[in-house]
Design a protein around this ligand. Structure first.
Ligand code: ADP
Ligand code: ASP
Ligand code: MG
Length: 419
């Protein structure tokens, strides 16, 4: 539907009845200009966590299928309330759940992936002049059960709906004015970025900029759906997330991300022979535990140490798997550290310039922060550090790369890579 705009409102934006009414006024104004609008909403702020707490009060391991049904109710409430608010303003609106919008997913409860959307009914309702308000974060599995798309999943619902509807744009309304150089709630000097490329946003989302769920960026990139992140409290321009434009000047480093909830597991003194790493990581993969960074170093004769990092939420499970399978790779010692953070710098400029990783390491060392692990990609450098230095590291790097005022190509001297 050419000209259709899909707008997504996050939890804080619909966190109270007053805010829901404010969002309804914004939507009604757009609709008055003759634009077709479709809306995707999150649960009211705190609602998803509240529902999860209730389930955990009853059981340590509630069934994932039941969690999905429980959590999907949060988004239904806000969709219905916003629809009531729109109708009360005289703006005809209809709410739809994941099932009603025809959003079909695979069967993996609490982290389902979207297979397809059959939006026939929504298209008809919009053609008849309605605003369609969709409950985000949820779908229906091929078996017919309610599924959810992982935390932050309403972002992904919005982009998928925009693609299915053939919308021209997907706007993500949230509690900040756009995508910033780093978390604006941590660093007051953080600067709003006007444009971020899909590739950069993918790295930023996977490295902790929770402003967009990573799957949402993957879907937007795949279907070239332009995304705009903006505030639901004002009319500021926001940040455009789009395809790379080589003619545009880019800063060396666009963003600094952090992830606090990380842990490190070390198997000391495993035999230095073929098959050991395969055995360890096969066992973890079988338990569906995702591992992030891996380091192996040869210690004493015929022995090596293997360390890996992962989300602290999966630490206990990983340790249990390691203990259960220890007879295969006979570590002298199994230790873990749950006080670590991952700090990352991301920027398209790194493809063509060298010296950026070195500057990151120097900055951390000037602050007396020890680097425990390092990993890199073409447009990213990540370091694991002691979590008590997280804020210090993010602030120091933000200053070192001159990010609060950085005009294009301007975060300090770095050498152009020779071709
Ligand atoms: P919503 O409820 O609207 O989905 P989220 O809480 O999921 O909002 O995401 C917005 C939050 O993301 C902001 O309040 C901010 O603290 C955080 N954030 C982290 N990194 C960044 C960043 N680089 N740019 C913007 N926001 C960020
Ligand atoms: N309500 C869900 C969450 O809190 C989904 C979302 O807000 O995008 O994760
Ligand atoms: Mg979110």
């Amino acid at each position: 539907m050419t000209g259709l705009i899909v707008q997504k409102y996050g939890g804080t934006s619909v966190g109270t009845i007053e805010r829901i009414q404010n969002v309804a006024r914004r939507i009604a104004e757009v609709q008055k200009t003759g634009k077709e609008v479709m809306v995707v909403v999150s649960a009211m702020a705190g609602e998803t966590d509240k529902l999860l707490r209730m389930a955990r009060e009853i059981s340590d391991r509630p069934e994932r299928r039941e969690i999905d049904l429980l959590l999907s109710s949060g988004e239904r409430i806000s969709a219905a309330l916003l629809t009531i608010a729109l109708n009360a303003l005289g703006c005809p609106a209809v709410s739809m759940t994941g099932r009603q919008i025809g959003l079909v997913t695979d069967n993996s409860h609490t982290r389902a992936r979207i297979k397809h959307i059959n939006a026939t009914r929504a298209k008809q309702l919009i053609e008849e002049g309605h605003v369609v308000v969709v409950a985000g974060f949820q779908g229906i599995s091929e078996k017919g059960d309610v599924t959810t798309l992982g935390r932050g999943g309403s972002d992904t619902s919005a982009v998928a709906v925009a693609v299915a509807m053939g919308a021209e744009l997907c706007e993500i309304y949230t509690d900040v004015d756009g995508v910033y150089t780093t978390d604006p709630n941590m660093v007051a000097d953080a600067r709003k970025l006007d444009v971020v490329y899909y590739e950069e946003m993918l790295e930023m989302a996977s490295l902790g900029a929770k402003v967009l769920q990573i799957r949402c960026v993957e879907v937007a990139k795949k279907y070239k759906m332009p995304l705009v992140v903006r505030s639901s409290y004002n009319n500021e321009e926001g940040t455009l997330i789009c395809e790379e434009n080589p003619s545009m000047e880019r800063p060396l480093v666009s963003g600094i991300m952090y992830q606090k909830n990380q842990s490190k597991v070390t198997l000391r003194g495993v035999p230095d022979e073929p098959g050991i790493a395969a055995g360890i990581f096969d066992a973890l993969a079988e338990a569906a535990i995702s591992v992030d960074m891996i380091i192996q170093n040869v210690s004493a004769e015929g022995h090596a140490d293997i360390s890996f990092t992962l989300d602290t939420d999966h630490l206990q499970e990983a340790l249990e798997v390691m203990k259960k399978t220890a007879h295969q790779f006979k570590p002298e010692n199994l230790i873990s550290d749950s006080n670590i953070s991952k700090i990352s710098i991301v920027g398209e400029g790194m493809r063509s310039h060298s010296g950026i990783a070195a500057r990151m390491f120097r900055t951390l060392s000037d602050e007396n922060i020890n680097i425990l692990m390092i990993s890199t990609s073409e447009i990213r450098v990540s370091c694991i550090i002691d979590s008590k230095y997280t804020e210090l590291a993010v602030r120091a790097l933000h200053d070192a790369f001159d990010m609060k005022t950085a005009p294009a190509e301007a975060n300090g001297p770095a050498q152009k890579k020779s071709p």
